[in-house]
Design a protein around this ligand. Sequence first.
Ligand SMILES: Cc1cc2nc3c(=O)[nH]c(=O)nc-3n(C[C@H](O)[C@H](O)[C@H](O)COP(=O)(O)OP(=O)(O)OC[C@H]3O[C@@H](n4cnc5c(N)ncnc54)[C@H](O)[C@@H]3O)c2cc1C
Length: 429
Amino acid sequence: MHPTRAESYDVVVVGGGSAGVAAAVAAARIGARTLLVEAAGFLGGASTLRNVLTYCGLYTLGPKPRPAVGGIAQEVLAALRALGALVGPKRFRGVFVVFDPEAVKRVLDDIALEAGVDVLLHALLIAAERDGNAVRAVRVQDRSGPRRIEARAFVDASGDCDLAYFAGASTRYGNRGFINMGTLGTRFGGIPREVPVSAARWSEAIREAKARGVPHLSKETGLVVRLPISGDVVAYLVAEEYDARDAASIGAAEMRGRRQAWTYLDVIRGIPGHGNAYLVSTGPEFGTRESRHVDALYQVTAEDLRSGARFPDGIALGAWASEFHDPATLGSSFEKPGSETYDIPLRALVSRDVSNLFAAGRTADGDRIAGASLRVMGTAFATGQAAGVAAAHFAAQGSVSADEVRKALAAQGALLDGENLPGPVAIEA
Ligand SMILES: Cc1cc2nc3c(=O)[nH]c(=O)nc-3n(C[C@H](O)[C@H](O)[C@H](O)COP(=O)(O)OP(=O)(O)OC[C@H]3O[C@@H](n4cnc5c(N)ncnc54)[C@H](O)[C@@H]3O)c2cc1C
């Protein structure tokens, strides 16, 4: 048996994706001793682990897009721009920016370390202990064995609700039987910069291949976009249905997905100018869009998105469309918010049955329609920052008030007032 190492923090954040990094940085900046636990060897979550290389949700979607997320997200954008690693905002259905994932790793390392966050990479959360209706400690595994880490407050930014589930908090998988389909983000090199890359042309080639009976192809349409720095092209086309909670299921999907990626490569090589295309990377992990959610004190609803709801405890603004990826049709919806933004209330981040547990990013509570909007990375930075502030307040005083959280978020540059957004931004061609 390996000895269990013991540590203690004010706030432990599980998951180092967009939401988790923002949560940990926000908590540390207001004085909480904060640990960020991440299973991978780098931060970024989907942006570095799953080839999801476009931040959505940062801008409103109308004819004159305006910033909808401030604070830590804007610091990340500025640092990426300074490295020449960000282009946009651009428009394709919605408004988004495109980035280089290696630069994201560096920028997130810097921002976490400068804030004084203790970052524990290569550390898998495997269990949680309860003390009444609170989480007392988590267990994290590395190659030396288990570590037991106590904290006063916890943020579940794992995407899959591993922390909430292991702690026995109320969670659910998907929404009433609906679950967004996963996609293996696929990155291609060898397409010269002067060759125009057209999603419509790729779709045409895929349709033609399917008509010829080529197997191992799924989606015909999806984002196809050139990256800064490398000039590589990333595409979200390879779709599979699987259960994200089950290693056998997701593992089999990974293998089928890689087979698909090679078939897509064959198909696009037939497009003029694409003859020397090659696969730079798949994933490396399959892109799970949806898994478990925390059952929170409030669930953001379709009606909230459609009406542009406002709440006194609003702690983030949702601006992205409801984009539900349907495994039955392989198609996706795109329902824009009824006004430029809708409020996400603090209650949608607070576990309904575990007092010191906060959700962030795609673990936050939204129904099938609203959840398919608020999960995107731009909004995940915002809910993450809010969850981090709330957890730090809870750790300091054993309770949390929405007014205090809103005040602290405003001081950290977060955008909370959907009726008074900053001025429009220029869209790149
Ligand atoms: C194919 C695809 C395309 C998408 N397109 C876009 C897009 O264009 N723009 C956009 O903004 N969003 C997009 N999304 C959605 C977006 O990527 C996610 O909703 C977003 O990344 C959520 O952020 P997060 O921080 O909550 O979770 P994640 O980014 O998933 O990060 C979770 C982190 O937790 C870690 N973790 C999980 N379990 C444990 C554990 N037990 N122990 C330790 N660490 C753990 C993971 O390793 C990971 O780093 C897309 C998603 C997919 C899959």
